[in-house]
Design a protein around this ligand. Structure first.
Ligand code: GLA
Length: 396
């Protein structure tokens, strides 16, 4: 939907108000190139923001009300609450991500003087593992900061977004999604040290190749207990290693140190989980280096290895993601392919020679549908900026 249609919708749904101006914002989704399930293990990630995401049209109100409306969930109608009622309510559905963000922003700055109306529309499929929820959290964070002239740093908003997931929604996720979405930069990947939050942008020099996003169309719920279970397993493995080693996180270990000490964990499953976290972190460095040296083939090979490890050791891929990755690996002109995000369904990515993209999509699509029984969806990814305000012709 274009910006004029969004504005018209906004005025249809919310009353006219000549005293406050209407503003337009965009918050991206994200893909992770490599470094999966490493963020909450004190490791590195290498994600980027994409040009698919969530648009928000917002306008201040003169009272204390917040009104939210999503064109993706029209059945839910207007979600309404006041600045004094910012508790989680199941019936508020998607509105809880916004509510949590407003609540924590108020707690960390000051009570907002007024509420606001917000219309949103996203073009990232929900539950596809492209972080529609972090996209929404960052959208609301930036809108509130800009509209009410708060002096919150971007990094503070990123941390508040994670706090919403962890404490308001109840998913123990790491910092990667909000960081990629809040700090994204056009045509760049971000290597982020999740322990120290030091980061470095890396221009994605893909020349004759493109990143293809492949959606399994299997709905995955991040709140799914599996995610929290993996996190717990890694914590237990770390505690056992810490009985001998003075390390803060699994991200502190090299592969060699892990191999020398893995017996301390004393449980096959936990060993496999920790092995993934350690090796994946090291792979992320290697991949970052390879990309900067223009060694795209090495990068692709590391992507494939990441998928094997997520499949065999971390066990978060599942039939659908494996079907996509395997079909992708067989195609001509493919440098590498792997699942991206939390797993358990969601999306995979592949780096494909531009000239072969059409044939790739057809062949992988056909194989997937034959094997799984329903269709996958494909998108060509463009790497864009983090959450920001867009210019709006009409301001009232
Ligand atoms: C989800 C979480 C992230 C990260 C990934 C797996 O996207 O929100 O914090 O843990 O899964 O890498």
């Amino acid at each position: 939907m274009n910006e004029q249609t969004l504005l018209t919708k906004f005025h249809e749904i919310f009353h006219k108000d000549e005293t406050n101006s209407t503003r337009l914002f965009f918050s991206p989704g994200r893909i992770n190139l490599i470094g999966e399930h490493t963020d909450y293990n004190g490791g590195h990630v290498f994600p980027c923001a994409i040009t698919y995401g969530t648009y928000g049209v917002a306008r201040k109100r003169n009272d204390q009300l917040i009104q939210l409306y999503s064109l993706n969930f029209e059945d839910q109608g207007i979600i309404q609450f006041s600045l004094d009622e910012l508790d989680f309510q199941k019936s508020d559905g998607w509105g809880n991500y916004a509510k949590g963000m407003i609540r924590y922003l108020q707690e960390s700055t000051a009570k907002l003087p007024h509420g606001f109306d917000l219309l949103i529309e996203g073009n990232i499929p929900n539950g596809a593992g492209l972080s529609s929820s972090a996209s929404l959290e960052m959208l609301v964070g930036v809108i509130v900061t800009e509209m009410f002239d708060l002096h919150s740093e971007r990094l503070d908003l990123v941390k508040l977004g994670q706090k919403v997931e962890n404490q308001f929604i109840g998913v123990n996720s790491g910092i990667m999604d909000q960081f990629a979405i809040g700090m994204g930069k056009e045509d760049c990947g971000i290597l982020l040290n999740c322990q120290t939050l030091e980061y470095e942008y890396s221009p994605l020099k893909l020349d004759d190749y493109q990143i293809i996003i492949m959606n399994t169309n299997k709905r995955r719920e991040l709140a799914d207990s599996k995610y929290n279970e993996r996190r717990k397993e890694c914590e237990t493995a770390l505690e056992r290693l810490q009985q001998k080693l003075s390390i803060e996180s699994l991200g502190d270990l090299t592969e060699e140190q892990f191999e020398e000490n893995r017996h301390l964990i004393g449980d096959d499953i936990l060993e496999k989980r920790a092995k993934h976290a350690v090796y994946e972190n090291q792979r992320t460095f290697k991949a970052f280096k390879a990309l900067n040296n223009g060694e795209l083939n090495v990068f692709g090979q590391l992507m494939n290895e990441s998928h094997y490890s997520l499949r065999d050791d971390y066990e978060v891929t599942g039939t659908e993601l494996d079907a996509l990755a395997e079909a992708a690996w067989e195609q001509d002109g493919v440098i590498g392919a792997r699942m991206t995000g939390a797993g358990f369904g969601g999306c995979a990515i592949a780096i494909v020679e531009t000239e072969k993209v059409q044939a790739f999509i057809e062949a992988v699509g056909r194989k997937y549908a034959e094997q799984i029984g329903y269709e996958a969806t494909f998108y060509v990814a463009s790497i864009g900026d983090g959450t920001k305000e867009l210019k709006l012709e009409e301001s009232r």
